[in-house]
Design a protein around this ligand. Structure first.
Ligand code: CP
Length: 317
């Protein structure tokens, strides 16, 4: 593996999941693999889980880690080629990325979309420029349209919870939120679960919340949440803003919140969410505090997902 930007960089999802679960069983079994190697972690946006889990994963492999909150502590970056930098930006990504390539062995980046211009966000111009100019492997810590480390942890979590022979029914349900959120997590989950091909996948969403078909690729889409949830084994809850009416909130229907009543006709579904989650807006307390919620286990698996990816990149050096 050279870069880790999407599921397309993965040669075998089952092997990567096995690698993650192997590290979960024995975290330090390759604790010298990253000796004398440094991971640079660059944040243009906030994070708790991604930041800490990736740091822990790198440390388990013997790597040094440098974290740089470039949005708060760095020079304001310019990404446009040919820009006349006479206004707010002080440093071009061409130099910034190339310089980081001198300091680090692997570069990890979080860069959210602005949710103003769909074409610009979906071109992934920010993370792509780092790939182009850093000259070292680049790992996505969530980009404008995808969150592959989250999705890998999600697949790891489903894999370790599901022991039956039949495929589980996995329903990704939109839920309300007070802010317009990116489509990165649901895009990525859809992309991974389709590529994994070990689940029956359904998306429940209000009309107008269709995701880019490039990622959902023929998934069953339903606008009746109660019907979609019937017989579900896993419910993956997430809000996202509209892709069609780009970045807008076009539905505020509170009845889409996940409550015990809404889950009554599931197969005692396990409840997943990438976190952070707004309680009693997205998911009710009674669900998050129930034995069926696996959101903390899912967040814990972020360490093993990150370790599996770093392990693959380090092995390829
Ligand atoms: N799920 C996730 O990416 O969490 P953070 O934003 O806290 O990193």
């Amino acid at each position: 593996m050279k870069n880790f930007l999407s599921v397309d960089d993965v040669s075998s999802i089952p092997s990567l999941v096995d690698r993650a679960l192997g590290y979960k069983a024995d975290p330090f079994k390759q604790d010298t693999l990253g000796r004398h190697k440094t991971l640079g972690m660059l944040f243009l946006n906030p994070s708790m889980r991604t930041r800490i889990s990736t740091q822990v994963a790198a440390r388990n492999l013997g790597m040094e880690v440098v974290v740089f909150n470039i949005d708060k502590e760095g020079w304001k970056l310019e990404f446009a080629d040919g820009a006349v930098m006479s206004e707010g930006t002080s440093e071009h990504v061409r130099e910034a990325a190339a310089v980081m390539g001198q300091y680090f062995d692997i570069l990890a980046i979080r860069t959210f979309p602005a949710l103003k211009d769909r074409e610009e966000d979906y071109s992934e111009q920010y993370i792509s420029q780092f790939v182009k100019h850093a000259g070292i492997p680049v790992l996505s810590l969530e980009s404008a349209t995808l969150h592959p480390l989250q999705s890998l942890a999600d697949i790891v979590t489903i894999s370790e919870c599901w022991k039956e022979k039949r495929k589980p029914k996995v329903v990704m349900s939109w839920a309300p939120h007070v802010r317009a959120l990116p489509q990165a997590v649901p895009n990525s989950f859809a992309q991974w679960i389709n590529a994994w091909d070990k689940a029956d996948f359904v998306i429940a969403q209000p009309e107008g919340y269709e995701l880019d078909e490039k990622f959902t690729r023929g998934a069953v889409v339903m606008h009746d949440q109660a019907k979609a949830l019937e017989g579900a084994d896993f419910v993956y809850v997430k809000n996202w803003s509209s892709y069609a009416d780009y970045g807008q909130i076009t539905c505020t229907d509170a009845s889409w919140m996940i409550t015990p009543e809404r889950l009554r006709n599931t197969n005692r579904a396990r409840i997943m969410h990438c976190l952070p989650v707004r309680r009693n807006v997205v998911i009710a307390d009674a669900v998050l505090d129930s034995a069926d919620s696996i959101v903390v286990q899912e967040a814990g698996n972020r360490v093993w997902a990150a370790q599996a990816v770093l392990g693959e990149i380090l092995t390829a050096f």
